[in-house]
Every structure is written in structure tokens, then in C-alpha cells.
Design a protein around this ligand. Structure first.
Ligand code: SF4
Length: 111
């Protein structure tokens, strides 16, 4: 199976061609090793950083996960954030620790 994808690990945006043959995954088109890591993760367990906002009594604040989480958990992560009832939060505050046991914290990214 062959799949084309764009590496999103840096602004270069290399066009990758990924070939999966059983458990073997080979990658071409990458300009550096990070492209191989990205492609293999995309083929096995794709992950993304979640960026969204959280309501507080003092207004809406933007927030994000500290590290990428599996794409399959993004919707549940957003639901966990929506459940929060915060008085206030400031830049850098951890509002959920280890969200959904992913190892990622959710932090406030702006005041
Ligand atoms: S393969 Fe390397 S150079 Fe190309 S987009 Fe990915 S990280 Fe950037």
C-alpha cells in the first residue's frame, strides 16, 4: 500500500511517499529523519496537539495540550475541556493533568 502525505513537522512541508508492506514501512521524499518518524506515526498511531478554548467566569481562554495526543481521542479531549467550570485561569496554568491518560496536560496559552 502506498500513501502520499505532507510532513507537518516543519514549514518545509516535504511531500512524502509512504509504502507499507506488512510491518515494513519505507518513506521517500523526506529531507530529514523527522519525516520518517512522522510518516511511521501517521501510519500506525497518528497524533495531534489539541488547541481549543475553555470558558471561565472571567471570559474565554485559549488552551492546548502540551504534547500531541492520538487523533482518535481529540473529540473526547475537547469534551473534557468543555466540562470544566473555572473561576479564572492565566497563561501557563495546567487545567487538566494527564488528560485521558495520554501523558499530555492541557494548559492555558493566553491571558
Ligand atoms: S521531512 Fe524534515 S525537512 Fe521535510 S517537512 Fe518533515 S521535518 Fe521538515
Amino acid at each position: 500500500m502506498e500513501k502520499k502525505m505532507i510532513c507537518i513537522m516543519c514549514p518545509m512541508g516535504c511531500e512524502l511517499l509512504v509504502t507499507k508492506n506488512g510491518n515494513d514501512i519505507s518513506v521517500t521524499g523526506n529531507s530529514c529523519g523527522r519525516g520518517v518518524i512522522f510518516a511511521k506515526e501517521e501510519m500506525t498511531c497518528p497524533k495531534r496537539i489539541v488547541t481549543t478554548s475553555v470558558k471561565t467566569e472571567k471570559g474565554v481562554k485559549s488552551c492546548k495540550t502540551t504534547i500531541p495526543i492520538p487523533k482518535s481521542l481529540i473529540f473526547d479531549c475537547v469534551k473534557e475541556i468543555e466540562k470544566l467550570r473555572l473561576k479564572d485561569a492565566k497563561f501557563g496554568d495546567i487545567i487538566i493533568k494527564n488528560v485521558l491518560n495520554t501523558g499530555a496536560d492541557v494548559i492555558i496559552t493566553a491571558n
